[in-house]
Design a binder for this molecule. Sequence first.
Ligand code: PGA
Length: 255
Amino acid sequence: MPNRKPAVGGNWKMNLHAADVDALVDGLNEQIGANNTVDTIICPPFVYLQRVAEKLAAASSNIQLGAQDIYYQANGAYTGEISASMLKDIGVSIVLTGHSERRHVLGESDTLINAKTLAALEAGLDVILCIGEKIEQRQAGQTDAINIAQLHYGLAGVTAEQMQNIIIAYEPVWAIGTGMTATPDDAQSAHDAIRKALAIMYSQDIADAVRIQYGGSCKPGNAAELFAQPDIDGGLIGGASLKTEDFAGIVNAAG
Ligand code: PGA
């Protein structure tokens, strides 16, 4: 079986303020900052990125800094937006694209998600491309078709070489922030279909090497069972990434 290093991301979304950020990062540095069996990533809100970058550097932490979003243009008249080179400037190494809240709350299209993915890769950032079906799509038996379509749109123009810098996060929309987790079997089945699609789009070697994270109400109590599935290579964590003990527990469950 291919030996993939698990990757666990913490997506803080629009939560926490400076004092909580400091306490959380100090706690994580202490508890998992030296872990090198799991690639651990935290994605604070933009305004705290610099602060977190400094704290990670000061602690010589292995935790990587991620951004929750990016704009695809390099610079110019795009009020409110942040470019890849700005993120790189302050020590960000990886960025989320296609998160379900950006797709379904903020209305991002597959075209925009693809443009962001390509811009991030071109600038030398890694990308966690998030995909996942809504509940009505699952009930209609469309889970794999939706995931594979989002995979094709999101990765359009991404080269085989650039796939080294991509992580896929399978996040069923109905499981995000709801307390409803996909069963390990259901998650494994979706991950298996995603990996098979990657083998067709690229090659078996590339498909075997890509990390596919599960996201959606992942907690310390269910993480180990999910991560034990052969095609689940860690998780993308929302709510449980806001608490030191919970996030550290999930990272430790991954490796
Ligand atoms: P959740 O969010 O863990 O709170 O369900 C996951 C995500 O949105 O990445």
